[in-house]
Design a protein around this ligand. Structure first.
Ligand code: AMP
Length: 208
């Protein structure tokens, strides 16, 4: 039976997307629509059977697990929070490199048995704090975690750090690196068998 359904590559909006588009545009899967001028979420590529879906990074694992999208690009920070979902991590695209770190005022760890941690990574934060023998009370924040300790909402934060400028400008210090983070290529498990040719071709084109 001929399968006429398009092959869908899911891309996250934002920082990763800006880094990734130049890589994609050098391949035969280059976007035909200008993503900056269009509000379409499913974009055509130069390859008629491949479409690009533009969604929030946090939703990429869900689309891949369900099979609604076949391949996805997403940060390792998100994958660590979504480890119960069923996807296969194929490669490290070495884009969006940064680290997930614990930050706060100096000496925050000294003598503490419990700390309030502001983060959008509750699983990674709880796991890390347990590993250093400190109980974490998680304050879930979707952004601007850096301001939470200054205003007394939390004792420390666990967030992505790149240059360290945001921490510095908000009077915080990077205390421990929890994990190195970069952008990964993930695939739906079943698609690895049924769409292996396209998956391998896209993977090779993107990891050159
Ligand atoms: P920086 O000041 O360069 O250390 O960047 C820190 C800010 O940028 C924090 O608010 C982070 O959440 C965010 N950030 C840093 N790197 C990334 C990344 N690779 N992807 C998404 N957000 C990031």
């Amino acid at each position: 039976m001929i399968d006429n359904t398009p092959f869908i590559l899911a891309l996250p909006k934002g920082r990763v997307y800006e880094d990734f588009i130049p890589c994609l545009q050098e391949t035969r899967f280059a976007l035909k629509d200008d993503p900056n001028k269009s509000r379409k979420m499913l974009l055509d590529t130069k390859c008629p059977e491949v479409k690009v879906l533009v969604i929030r990074g946090w939703d990429v694992p869900t689309y891949i697990t369900s099979g609604a999208a076949h391949l996805g690009i997403v940060g390792k920070d998100i994958l660590m929070e979504k480890e119960e979902e069923e996807f296969v991590e194929l490669s490290d695209l070495k884009l969006g490199q940064c680290r997930l770190s614990l930050a706060g005022t100096e000496n925050i760890l000294t003598g503490s048995s419990k700390l309030k941690i502001a983060t959008k990574y509750p699983k990674s934060a709880t796991k890390f704090m347990n590993s250093i023998g400190i109980q974490a009370e998680i304050i879930y924040l979707n952004g601007a975690q850096e301001i939470a300790p200054i205003l007394g909402l939390s004792d420390a934060i666990i967030d992505l750090v790149d240059t360290g400028k945001t921490l510095e400008e908000n009077g915080l210090k990077e205390i421990e690196t929890i994990s190195e983070i970069s952008t990964r290529l993930i695939a739906n498990k079943a698609s690895l068998k049924t769409k292996s040719d396209l998956i391998n071709e896209i993977k090779e084109a993107l990891t050159k």
